[in-house]
Design a protein around this ligand. Structure first.
Ligand SMILES: C[S@@+](CC[C@H](N)C(=O)[O-])C[C@H]1O[C@@H](n2cnc3c(N)ncnc32)[C@H](O)[C@@H]1O
Length: 248
């Protein structure tokens, strides 16, 4: 059984999941215009195929991306060219040579980790990778968002076809989904892939405590369309919430 962002699925991800990270990048760039106007380097943790990184690059940022999937990184390399440093590594167990003024991590990276201990390790690794005074902005799926897993969906285009089957076990705090399908290869033939993934429920209160334990300060929650305005509370219907923190 294959797991994670395997070859084939990486290509399908890049096609079908693109709108959300595209919008996230726009919102993050707006946030940085006012909250970190001098920053010119960014670390993108769980950079995937580089959809967010590309917009940072176009805005003049020097990008370093980290992801554990070689298939996603290969597409990021094709999209971003030779300039960015792309690291194959684990978001919960990495170090970098030089600290960054800004770190971003988009599309539910904490939910992809195995448990809350791994999330604590992720927050600590990012903390060590950011300069004093630097900013960390990331998002996660809320329970409302994870309930979207309770579905069977078929997507069908000229380039790819995929079947998504998922289920969230709310009391256990974990959901599973299986994605299988075909993607068109360069020679015009179709390659089959299948993968199984898990997403964990991340209680927001616990996450805020882990952030503080890791040393992050001034943490606030925000919705994707306005990362500058803290949410007083997370609406029940919000599917993803952003967290913005600063390293003292
Ligand atoms: C939903 S995709 C998001 C990709 C990208 N951030 C975006 O917004 O398009 C999740 C990414 O997290 C990566 N990932 C999951 N667990 C990881 C881990 N422990 N360490 C590094 N990357 C991880 C996956 O390989 C995948 O590329």
């Amino acid at each position: 059984m294959s797991e994670g962002y395997v070859e084939g699925f990486a290509q399908a991800y890049d096609q079908f999941w693109r709108p959300y990270p595209t919008k996230s990048a726009q919102s993050l760039l707006k946030l940085l215009e006012s909250s970190a106007p001098d920053a010119r380097r960014v670390l993108d943790i769980g950079c995937g195929t580089g959809i967010v990184a590309e917009q940072f690059q176009q805005a003049g940022f020097e990008v370093t991306g980290l992801d554990k999937s070689p298939a996603m990184l290969a597409l990021a390399r094709a999209r971003l060219g030779e300039a960015p440093v792309l690291i194959e590594g684990d978001a919960a167990d990495f170090t970098v040579d030089e600290q960054f003024p800004v770190a971003v991590s988009t599309y539910d990276i904490p939910n992809h980790l195995a448990d809350l201990d791994q999330i604590a390790a992720y927050l600590q690794c990012v903390y060590a990778a950011v300069e004093p005074g630097g900013l960390f902005a990331f998002d996660l799926a809320t329970v409302a968002g994870l309930r979207g897993m309770n579905t069977v969906q078929i997507r069908d285009t000229e380039e790819a076809m995929l079947l998504f089957r998922g289920a969230l076990n709310e009391s256990a705090g974990v959901g599973f989904y299986r994605i299988s399908g075909v993607v068109r290869a360069e020679d015009g033939r179709y390659d089959r892939f299948e993968t199984t993934m898990t997403n964990i429920v991340v209680p927001i209160d616990h996450l805020l405590k882990l952030l503080a334990d890791a040393g992050w300060a001034d943490s606030y929650l925000a919705a994707q369309d306005d990362l500058l305005t803290p949410l007083a509370e997370v609406p029940d219907t919000l599917r993803h919430v952003f967290v913005i923190s600063r390293k003292p």
